[in-house]
Design a protein around this ligand. Structure first.
Ligand code: ASP
Length: 292
């Protein structure tokens, strides 16, 4: 019997009931279907999560890649990370400016440096050195997805991010997450997204990606916590809901997507909605924003 594969992607847990998300729903279904075909053909979880996140970054429909929103100083500082199991290899960039796909830079950090995270100017120098595509005209590139979404007063930690987790037919797990961070963030603010354990995690048990008020995800080690809970006997879904429960008890909101090594998936959230799509181990594709 062939080994199972499964995948979940998210386009952020900042969805508002006052808006419709038809374009995002159609796009996520298309991306998930393509990802299913890649996994079915034997592609690695690492390649697939990376391709999915590049597709989400390039769409301009989410608050990542060209859909990024600026910080309070008017600069576009982007965060991303990628991780793969069972070895827990990880790469990340924080406050990266001037490059089209932060997730590709995070992957290059993982694969081509002895480090886990590069930040700011050093990350940009590394991206240039790796030949990653620079943004020629920032004003034209960024479509400001978040700006049109609703009112996002600075300091409210309103948010949007993209991420993907996958199990491949070789039994490997991978997770990737990319964001412009919360709306109205201070210059230099770094959230959970580039921090392994907080916003992204993959090991031999699970792959998890978070979206929400990153400060809470950092304080709860939200994504790694899901793995620790699974290792101690909880189901993936129980573990993700319990981690989110800790965030909620602290006053935070957001969502988590996860897959375990059996191909079980979960995608709980405690905000109004979370843009997301999934591929079950039976190969079925689903997509939703507000339904639990
Ligand atoms: N977690 C991200 C951050 O705090 C934002 C988001 O997920 O929308 O930077």
């Amino acid at each position: 019997m062939s080994r199972p594969y499964a995948l979940v992607l998210h386009g952020g847990a900042g969805a508002r009931r006052s808006r419709s998300y038809e374009a995002e729903i159609a796009h996520m279904a298309e991306v998930a279907t393509r990802a299913r075909d890649r996994l079915a053909a034997g592609a690695s979880a690492l390649d697939v999560v990376c391709e999915v996140v590049v597709g989400l970054e390039d769409s301009g429909l989410y608050v990542a890649g060209c859909g990024a929103s600026p910080n309070l100083a008017g600069a576009f500082e982007l965060d991303a990370s990628i991780m793969t199991g069972p070895e827990r290899r990880a790469g990340a960039v924080a406050a990266l400016q001037g490059f089209r796909n932060p997730i590709l830079c995070a992957r290059a950090v993982m694969e081509r440096t002895p480090h886990v995270m590069l930040a700011g100017e050093g990350a940009a120098l590394f991206a240039a050195d790796q030949g990653l595509e620079p943004i020629a005209d920032e004003a034209a590139w960024y479509t400001k997805a978040g700006a049109g979404e609703d009112n996002h007063p600075p300091g409210t930690l309103s948010h949007g991010t993209v991420g993907c987790v996958a199990l491949d037919t070789a039994g490997r797990l991978a997770a990737a997450t990319s964001t412009a961070g919360v709306f109205g963030k201070m210059a230099g603010r770094v959230g959970d997204t580039p921090i392994p354990a907080a916003g992204t995690w993959a090991d031999g048990h699970v792959a998890v990606s978070g979206t929400g008020q990153g400060e809470y995800f950092i304080r709860t080690a939200a994504c790694a916590q899901v793995s620790w809970r699974v290792a101690s006997g909880q189901s993936l879904d129980e573990a993700a809901r319990a981690a989110l429960g800790e965030i909620e008890a602290m006053g935070g909101n957001g969502g988590l997507i996860g897959v375990d090594r059996e191909g079980n998936i979960t995608h709980p959230f405690n905000s109004q909605g979370m843009k997301r799509a999934w591929v079950t181990r039976e190969g079925e594709v689903g997509v939703d924003v507000f339904g639990i």
